[in-house]
Design a protein around this ligand. Structure first.
Ligand code: ATP
Length: 271
């Protein structure tokens, strides 16, 4: 496996070599005991003829949060784009819930339960909070459940409920992030791809969003792939972390291990 990882709770993978760090991890994903939701093997993707991702391997257990960490330009955003069908991989496999989805169209991926909240949030500034949220459930056939999901999002994000008639451009940064997240949740995703949700937010709001992700995982079994520059915040809630560098996964480990192992932190996370 070149540059590959299996983000088992105690395995550290560096440049393709697995070093077991002596804890109880089995290397099997399984915080929730629900098997593997997403399996990526040998993924190559980029822009035009220039590859950015080089044979990325990733195993995401159902009902867990995986933090994708790494310096600017490491390829984190590109990985999320390739997974959500926004850019076409040129090689490799993406298995989602057992089905091969590498060449699937974005709409198909959304219907299968994949939601992508891009960096910059993608809220429609001219539409109201309510209209933005309804966009998230527009394609759903089960109208009754779409309405229920909308009500649940208002329960989760009380500021959105108070501002449901406000336009997107009238919201604060934190509220816009909630709205982007809420719109994704209205679709009842099974896998949420989140790109830098803390960008530009106050630490308190960031902490609230991280805590919410933990509650959604624990309460609904949501699986999250979380790209974050805020390494400490991400590792506080994540089950495992993968570190990317120059388009490759260079390390993967249980989040507690990445947090607590000074040697690892110095080598891969720079603190
Ligand atoms: P950041 O935190 O800065 O967003 P990242 O880890 O998410 O970093 P990417 O945005 O995936 O990194 O970028 C990886 C590489 O791909 C970089 O070298 C970047 O210049 C290049 N890249 C990103 N977007 C494009 C694009 N639209 N066209 C061409 N190259 C791109």
């Amino acid at each position: 496996m070149s540059g590959g990882i299996t983000a088992g709770a105690g395995d550290i993978v560096t440049g393709g070599d697995t070093v077991t760090r002596g804890d109880t991890a089995t290397g099997e994903a399984g915080a929730a005991g629900g098997g593997v939701l997403l399996e990526v093997r040998g993924l190559v993707a980029g822009y035009g003829a220039v590859p950015v991702l080089h044979e990325v391997d990733l195993t995401i257990p159902t009902g867990t949060i995986t933090a994708v960490l790494g310096a600017n330009g490491a390829g984190k955003t590109t990985l999320l784009r390739a997974l959500s069908g926004l850019i076409r991989p040129t090689a490799g496999r993406i298995r989602f819930d057992g089905a091969e989805l590498r060449d699937a169209r974005v709409e198909h991926l959304v219907r299968r339960g994949l939601a992508h909240v891009p960096e910059g949030r993608g809220v429609v500034a001219e539409l109201t909070v309510d209209e933005n949220l309804r966009l998230g459930g527009l394609w759903r056939r089960d109208r009754q459940d779409a309405r229920r999901a909308l009500a649940e999002v208002y329960d989760l994000f009380e500021p959105l409920a108070r501002r449901r008639r406000h336009a997107g451009h009238q919201l604060s940064g934190g509220e816009r992030q909630m709205l982007a997240l809420g719109r994704a949740l209205v679709a009842r995703p099974r896998l949420l791809l989140l790109d830098e949700p803390s960008l530009g937010l106050a630490p308190r709001v960031t902490a609230q969003i991280m805590a919410l992700l933990g509650r959604l995982r624990d309460g609904t079994g949501l699986t999250v792939l979380l790209v974050e520059q805020n390494v400490r915040g991400a590792l506080a809630v994540a089950d495992q972390g993968v570190v990317m560098s120059l388009g490759r996964v260079v390390a993967a480990a249980g989040a507690a291990r990445l947090r607590d192992d000074e040697e690892l932190r110095h080598a891969y996370l720079g603190f």
